[in-house]
Design a protein around this ligand. Structure first.
Ligand code: CMC
Length: 431
């Protein structure tokens, strides 16, 4: 039924409006309210966008009730099992899984864009030694637009593609340089013979005076985490990228704004917050006290790594990564680390607690990714940086999708004004 509409009646005036319902290929259809204000004189009010589709998209589908996630129609479970980060990046950018030759070309392009302009490298030295790496990421990624002018004409599809390649390729180099800066070690150049994540580990952990060989378990785990983090529909950071992009801002600036939005503890910062929370809890015997605090509405404390805005069943990414987490902990010999014991005990207790069961608060992907990062020796303040590397693929794919739309307009939400009504200025002596 393509002509489906929704009729809304104003109980005060009797005025009616028939709103077209836009069909989704899967999941809820959307009521098109584009003319609502013009015809009815009302704005729609939806804080947190719980009922608002801000765009249409062919990239990612998720069903919170069923705990389902697909990239371009492919279930995340299949991609996690059979694919790799670079292949999924190609899928996201170009819409299809690549033929071998296409994959080889794409990998080659990404590899050959991974070096940073030498002048850009000096930026890192300007940051204070204990700067949070996410602060450095926001600054340095934003500054890319000052170096790569030749790919900032957003009306040119080739420019957009080159900018996307550069962003995907350079994020690991920038991330690793942020880390090296924070520990006072020299920046390491990329090695074109390595895989995407192998190269990241190389740039983070090798030093010029020693040979470095990434652990295959670490490489496999990181590649999996990166696939799971590539995209997640219109979340806060992706919406930020789209909104910034809608004004015509260049892609480097848009991705920098996405990194800033990702940083918050309710979003990408949660994986870092999980570890800080575990360290604070400190011991299994303290879990009940912290659980009681998490349940207390007057206490702002929340169990980090639990709950999700959309997944009210189970985060499918958490199911995949949970298995990998247990594998990594046992293979790398960390399963007797008290922090991991504490995490696994917390997982077990919360999964059986009435409060969490009732509200469908399950461990999310960040609960396990934080634990894996820790087991791989990645410092806590780099966790969200790792997330931002993977999510860059989703951000650029979403940005490219938006920019290539025919009737793309600047995003400009309205508001429900609840401030004072008109009043006259009172001179300071009369107030
Ligand atoms: N610990 C304790 N109680 C919680 C938690 C939690 N982590 N999350 C939600 N609740 C309670 C909340 O207090 C509310 O209780 P009540 O119905 O009694 O008022 C109920 O569960 C529903 O929560 P909500 O606040 O309506 O849920 P939301 O959709 O607004 O928030 C969330 C989602 C992810 C921000 C939230 O669950 C949270 O803060 N979790 C911890 C932070 C975290 O792990 N974030 C990472 C999300 S996954 C990564 C990503 O995709 O970005």
């Amino acid at each position: 039924m393509d002509e489906h509409t929704l009729t809304i009646t104003d109980n005060k005036t009797g005025q009616q409006i028939e709103l077209p319902v836009r069909k989704a290929t899967q999941g809820p259809d959307a009521v098109d309210i584009g003319h609502f204000f013009r015809e009815m004189g009302y704005l729609t009010y939806d804080p947190g966008f719980l009922s608002t589709a801000s765009c249409h998209s062919k990239l990612t589908y998720l069903d919170g009730k069923q705990g389902m996630l697909m990239y371009r129609g492919y279930p995340i479970e299949q991609l996690a099992e059979h694919s790799n980060f670079i292949e999924v990046a190609h899928l996201m950018m170009y819409g299809e899984l690549p033929q071998q030759q296409q994959l080889d070309n794409f990998s080659d392009i990404i590899v050959h864009h991974s070096m940073l302009n030498e002048a850009l490298k000096s930026f890192f030295r300007g940051f204070y030694h204990d700067a949070h790496p996410m602060a450095i990421m926001v600054g340095v990624v934003g500054s890319l637009s000052a170096f790569y002018h030749d790919s900032t004409d957003i009306s040119n599809p080739r420019h957009r593609e080159i900018a996307a390649h550069r962003l995907i390729a350079k994020m690991p180099s920038i991330a690793a340089a942020s880390y090296k800066h924070s520990i006072g070690e020299p920046q390491v150049y990329p090695d074109n013979s390595l895989s995407y994540v192998g190269n990241l580990l190389h740039m983070m952990f090798s030093v010029p005076c020693e040979q470095f060989q990434a652990d295959p378990v670490a490489e496999k785990a990181l590649d999996l985490i990166f696939i799971l983090h590539i995209d997640h529909e219109q979340n806060a950071s992706t919406s930020t990228v789209r909104l910034a992009g809608s004004s015509g801002a260049n892609p480097f600036a848009c991705i920098a704004s996405g990194i800033a939005a990702l940083w918050g503890p309710a979003h990408g910062g949660a994986n870092e917050a999980v570890l800080s929370m575990l360290e604070k809890i400190g011991d299994v015997k303290n879990i009940p006290g912290y659980l009681a605090r998490a349940k207390d509405r007057d206490d702002p404390f929340r169990l980090m790594g639990f709950g999700h805005r959309v997944y009210k069943n189970y985060d499918p990414r958490a199911r995949i990564i949970r298995k990998m987490c247990h594998e990594v902990l046992s293979k790398l010999g960390n399963d007797s680390d008290p922090l991991f014991e504490l995490a696994l005990r917390l997982e077990e207790i919360a999964l059986n607690d009435e409060y969490f069961i009732e509200r469908k608060l399950y461990p999310n992907v960040d609960f396990y990714s934080g634990l894996i990062y820790k087991a791989l020796g990645i410092p806590t303040n780099m966790f969200t940086v790792m997330f931002s590397i993977a999510r860059t693929v989703g951000w650029v794919a979403q940005w490219m999708e938006m920019i290539s739309e025919k009737n793309q307009r600047i995003g400009r939400p309205r508001q429900l004004y609840i401030g004072p009504t008109k009043r006259d200025y009172v001179p300071i002596g009369n107030r």
